[in-house]
Design a protein around this ligand. Structure first.
Ligand code: C2E
Ligand code: MG
Ligand code: MG
Length: 478
């Protein structure tokens, strides 16, 4: 082989190596880019994820501290998103999330950082807003309205219409902010919850009042954790009386015994227990305690006729896994379960109603009865009444609260009619009716006339400890 051919062959070989190298390099780079993209983006919507958002927020925080002006974090959660997933399906849920992501993106600047934190939570970072606070609030409020418009969707399913909207929490901060990245996100999240509480489809700015409530929540959460650790939950019992003044049963109501001797009432901490997934622990403690009381009362002829109602954790009806645990507690207690009533709040969701009915029937087979608590405050009273295996309804205190006053006559008239019609309907279905929160004789007279079975309220007795309720039952029912 002459040297010219050798050189040519060598050149060809080098070209070949170079082409393959380029090809491998491209593949490698592409893979690297893909991995980086996957690690920083939400696969469904293509928005950046929480990690990227937090990095940008940390940078924005130092920029605003150095250069002034304002920066805002907007935290949006969709309202009724679960309903889309549950009634139409996850594909439609995904479509909705992508739709919201792209329409919001079209309404913001390229440099704004828009992220999806997962589920139906979207978070937006807006920088370089004017240093004038009032103007900054106006700018952000206007933008929020545009975003709320992007979140609005209407669905028609089997003749029903429901709406999806957004709730936005905003934290606006300037150069004097002392909050950390985590705190800023938490503050925007808390403000978003306030927007939900206020009725959804609205915007709430994080302010001092919310901050104070947040601090209060932190204190209460600590008290709940201490009470769990030190077992300082105590039960009070409130009687339900018949028209003849006989105590027919009691409702167990849980309190925390504060080390200072104060009692903390459930409205202050049950919602927080639910939010922090502590409600199962509390509810199981209550159930075990109530079973002990039932067992102790069985030995006494007067006390053994008492029904005891407890407010149950809604999750007991949601997860079949809970059922076994609760059944175990009930069986293990050896108590007479035909004296036990589980109160479920009427506001529990109707989703998977057949699962709920099946679970309720399991408990019913053990002798436990069910009451629908806070009746009238949920949205689906009639559906509940016709489908769920319930024994009793407890009409909410809010329907009778103004009967003594005359300020809201029309409202009162409506409430009167509602209570009267509900009692009549319940009677025709063979259900017992209890009215809660009765505080005056005038109201009790009206209720007895309407045909309710039992009344619970401070007119007769406030919730009290076990010893006191036992004494009250002896004196009343003897
Ligand atoms: P609920 O089950 O509807 O209980 C009735 C509430 O009305 C009780 O408040 C009771 O003290 C209060 N009440 C009694 N008489 C009157 C009256 O004449 N007027 C007024 N305005 N109120 C009256 P409490 O004990 O603060 O409990 C509040 C709610 O906390 C309960 O409402 C129930 O939903 C929940 N809860 C209580 N104990 C438990 C529990 O062990 N587990 C769970 N999951 N929730 C509980
Ligand atoms: Mg109750
Ligand atoms: Mg109630």
């Amino acid at each position: 082989m002459n040297s010219a051919i050798k050189i040519q062959l060598l050149r060809n070989l080098l070209d070949e190596i170079s082409t393959r190298y380029d090809y491998l390099y491209d593949i490698n780079r592409q893979m690297l880019e893909e991995t980086q993209y996957a690690a920083s983006h939400d696969p469904l919507t293509g928005l950046v994820n929480r990690a990227v958002f937090e990095e940008n927020l940390a940078r924005a925080l130092s920029v605003v501290k150095r250069h002034g002006g304002h920066t805002a974090v907007l935290f949006m959660d969709l309202d009724n998103f679960k309903q889309v997933n549950d009634t139409i399906g996850h594909d439609e849920g995904d479509r909705l999330l992508c739709d919201v992501a792209s329409s919001v993106t079209a309404n913001i600047r390229k440099e704004d950082v828009f992220a999806r934190f997962g589920g139906d939570e979207f978070v937006l970072l807006i920088e370089r807003i004017t240093s004038n606070v009032d103007q900054a609030i106006t700018v952000v409020s206007d933008l929020c309205q545009k975003i709320l418009a992007c979140a609005k969707h209407t669905y028609h399913v089997s003749g029903n219409t429901f709406f999806v909207s957004g709730s936005i929490g905003v934290v606006l901060f300037g150069s004097n902010s002392t909050a950390s990245v985590e705190e800023l996100i938490r503050h925007a999240d808390v403000a978003m919850y306030e927007a939900k509480k206020k009725g959804k489809d609205q915007v709430v700015f994080f302010d001092d009042a919310i901050k104070a409530r947040l601090e209060e929540q932190i204190v209460i959460e600590q008290k709940i954790r201490d009470a769990i650790k030190n077992d300082t939950f105590i039960l009070h019992y409130q009687p339900k009386l018949s028209q003849h003044g006989v105590i027919m049963g009691v409702e167990a109501l849980v309190r925390i015994q504060d080390p200072e001797g104060d009692l903390i009432c459930p409205n202050q901490y049950i919602p927080l227990c639910e939010k922090r997934n502590l409600i199962s622990i509390v509810s199981e403690k209550v159930l075990i305690e109530v079973c002990k009381t039932l067992k102790a009362w069985e030995k006494n002829p007067l006390l053994s006729t008492m029904d005891i109602s407890i407010n149950i954790n809604p999750a007991w009806l949601r997860h079949p896994t809970f059922v076994e645990k609760i059944e175990e507690i009930l069986r293990h207690s050896g108590a007479n379960l035909s004296r036990l009533i589980f109160e479920i709040t009427e506001s529990i969701e109707l989703v998977d109603i057949h699962v709920k009915i099946a679970i309720m029937e399991k408990f019913t087979a053990l002798g436990v009865r069910f009451a629908l608590d806070d009746f009238g405050t949920g949205r689906s009273s009639l559906v509940y009444l016709s489908q769920l295996p319930v024994y009793e309804i407890k009409i909410d205190h809010s329907f009778i609260v103004h009967w003594d006053e005359y300020v809201t006559e029309i409202e009162n008239e409506k409430c009167h009619r509602f209570v009267k019609a509900t009692i009549a309907m319940a009677k025709s279905l063979g259900l017992k009716v209890t009215i809660e929160g009765v505080e005056s004789t005038k109201v009790s007279h009206a209720l007895w006339e309407m045909g309710c079975d039992t009344i619970q309220g401070v007119l007769y007795a406030s919730p009290m400890n076990q010893k006191m309720i036992e004494t009250l039952i002896y004196t009343h029912n003897n």
